[in-house]
Design a protein around this ligand. Structure first.
Ligand code: ZN
Length: 242
């Protein structure tokens, strides 16, 4: 028998993790807008870190397509292309339906507790749209975990990371009562093991989201910087982000 080895819980973030999280936040909240060129040396000084953790953080953000290399020790915050949003949304919908179906079949009692707990997360009165979005994402990620499919989790993670950026730039998401009741109905269907019901509820949730996106597009044409909105809006078909 192998000797028992102790594995300690990781309680503090590494410098690279913390640098990554802070830079990601600055990009998502628009402090570093699309097209901003960042000098690595200045960035390291501003953040108070050395170049090693900074480089690691920058590599991760490049892999998430939030940054691109700009040569000579510089990186550029990638521009967001509104025409891509409907494409991401459609993929998110299909994958979330699959995750919901699998969760109905595979959720453990612990997953069900986590799902019920995720329903209780309600941002406070001073919450920004990013806080609402974070609460929504945390609920959906709990479904992803309950699906117990690592390949699906990996793909969903990448899709959600991309969507984060679009949400931050173009939408003012609010987790409203309708979306919350849709979440609660999904948890009930997962508890009952009904894959068909979960999928139906997820599709309704995304239809609700499509309507929100269309309103956001109409209201915020100026933020889309002259892109071909008509085309993008039509691709949404009929209809608060889910
Ligand atoms: Zn949702």
């Amino acid at each position: 028998m192998l000797p028992k080895r102790q594995i300690n819980r990781v309680v503090t973030q590494t410098k690279a993790d913390a640098t990554y999280a802070e830079l990601r936040r600055l990009i998502l909240d628009g402090t570093f807008a699309g097209g901003t060129v960042l000098n690595q040396e200045q960035l390291a000084a501003t953040l108070g870190v050395s170049t090693t953790p900074l480089r690691e953080a920058l590599r991760r953000l490049e892999a998430e397509a939030l940054l691109e290399s700009h040569g000579k020790g510089q990186v550029m915050v990638t521009e967001v292309d509104p025409a891509k949003l409907p494409h991401i949304y459609i993929v998110r919908e299909q994958l979330d339906c699959l995750a919901g179906r699998l969760a109905a079949q595979a959720a453990t009692p612990e997953d069900l507790s986590a799902l019920r707990a995720a329903l209780e997360v309600v941002p406070g009165p001073n919450a920004t749209h990013l806080d609402y979005w974070a609460a929504n994402v945390s609920f959906h990620r709990t479904i992803h975990a309950a699906a117990h499919n690592p390949i699906l989790s990996d793909v969903l993670n990448r899709v959600y990371l991309q969507y984060d950026r679009y949400n931050a730039v173009f939408l003012e998401y609010v987790l409203d009562d309708i979306a919350r009741s849709e979440h609660a109905a999904m948890v009930l269907a997962i508890e009952q093991g009904s894959a068909d019901d979960v999928e139906t509820l997820m599709r309704t949730h995304y239809e609700h989201g499509r309507r929100f996106l269309q309103i956001a597009q109409t209201d915020r044409q100026s933020r889309w910087q002259g892109a071909d909105l008509g085309e993008a809006a039509l691709k949404f078909g009929s209809g608060s982000p889910s």
